[in-house]
Write a protein that binds this ligand. Structure first.
Ligand code: SF4
Length: 377
């Protein structure tokens, strides 16, 4: 039987590291070519295990995938289609940094079949872009979106950031307005998180940077939500908005709906056969291991049924449509309402969920604290 899954390819290179980012990437661009060869080897080694799988989505994330040359991306695509079965209507996304794009690259992406472009914009304010360590300008974003439209992209996402030190409701409003003026099909709006190990976190613990208070963070969230909904965007996940169902990110839904995915590249995670796997978080180690004919695995763990149920609940509660109680019963062989009756009563008393009615959904109040609500289960 053919199984469906998503495929993630991590391109671990950036021109410069942004102060807040903890995604694994390095600035040693001289390693790109060796990385591409290693990635192709990883595909070849994993291909036999995925013979019966059809990938519905492919997502090139990073890092900055748009740093690769057209011929390097071309080689990756050749290997991808040689080793794996990709659905003919697959959603194929490439993340790009606006400072690294040009018409030639965009045309090439379209020719290869990339049908969704995700741009890391974060802000349209020059001072804020500088503060965040971004290499691009607001003009770069406008120029890139214009070029992307000209070469035929009909599905563009803009990533924005909220709740970072110094952001004001006025400047955030301008960023939201400028983003919407470009008419992207999708907008992601992420709250800044001080991830341990990042320069921002270092400044935080040294008292050189102050986090945005919780109430201000919630206000930014509401500001984004109210504005984007008024502009016709559907909030289908805590941080994600689409201009209609057709533009919901199918790849990210694979994560939230707890479906299987394969991750390739350094630090990439996979989830299939109820096992979680992660690759080594080092480009050099990744290249070395594959050159020696070994898979670049850092760890693999089998998830207990309890862990699977918790993750399933945690992820589904992020979605506006919530958790389908019947689907839960089919997957885990247990009735959700009977199993979690006491928890559901507590959540209902606190007003965090709506009364279960085929689906378990967070209430407006619960939506603001989705991650902590999952810990009730
Ligand atoms: S460009 Fe993206 S991946 Fe690279 S450091 Fe900045 S936020 Fe992280």
């Amino acid at each position: 039987m053919t199984q469906n899954a998503g495929l993630y390819i991590h391109i671990p290179f950036c021109e410069r590291k942004c102060g807040y980012c903890d995604f694994y990437s390095i600035t040693r661009l001289d390693l790109i070519e060796a990385f591409v060869q290693a990635l192709i080897k990883e595909m070849a080694m994993l291909a036999p295990a995925f013979e019966s799988v059809q990938f519905q989505t492919v997502f090139f994330g990073g890092g900055t995938p748009s740093l690769l040359s057209p011929s390097q991306i071309h080689h990756i695509f050749d290997a991808l289609y040689h080793h794996f079965t990709i659905h003919p209507d697959a959603e194929i996304t490439l993340e790009a940094n606006p400072g690294t794009l040009n018409r030639e690259k965009l045309e090439h992406y379209r020719e290869l079949g990339i049908n969704r472009l995700s741009l890391g914009v974060q802000s349209f304010h020059p001072g804020e872009l500088h503060f965040l360590g971004r290499i691009h300008t607001a003009e770069d974003v406008i120029h890139n979106v214009t070029l992307a439209r000209q070469v035929g992209f009909q599905n563009i996402n803009l990533d924005l950031m909220t709740a970072f030190p110094g952001l004001t409701p006025e400047s955030f409003q301008k960023t939201l307005e400028q983003a919407v003026a470009l008419q992207p099909e999708h907008i992601s709006c992420y709250t800044l998180i001080f991830e341990p190990g990042t320069p921002f976190h270092h400044q935080l613990i040294n008292g050189k940077m102050q986090p945005v208070p919780d109430d201000a963070e919630a206000a930014f969230y509401q500001q984004a939500r109210q504005f984007l909904e008024k502009q016709g965007y559907l909030q289908y996940e805590i941080s994600n908005y689409a201009r209609g169902e057709a533009f919901i990110c199918r790849h990210n839904c694979i994560y939230w709906e707890y479906k299987p995915y394969l991750g390739l590249g350094p630090s990439a995670h996979s989830f299939y056969d109820n096992q979680r796997r992660a690759n080594v978080r080092s480009v050099q180690a990744y290249i070395r291991k594959l050159a020696a004919g070994q898979l670049p695995l850092q760890f693999r763990e089998s998830l207990t049924l309890e862990q699977q149920m918790f993750e399933y609940i945690f992820l589904h509660l992020r979605l506006r449509k919530g958790l389908d109680l019947q689907a839960f019963q089919e997957r885990f062989g247990t009735d959700f309402v009977s199993r979690y009756r006491e928890t559901l009563d507590r959540l209902l008393e606190n007003g965090f969920i709506e009364p279960p009615n085929g689906f378990l959904k967070l209430s407006e109040k619960g939506w603001l604290m989705a991650d902590s609500i999952a810990t009730y289960f």
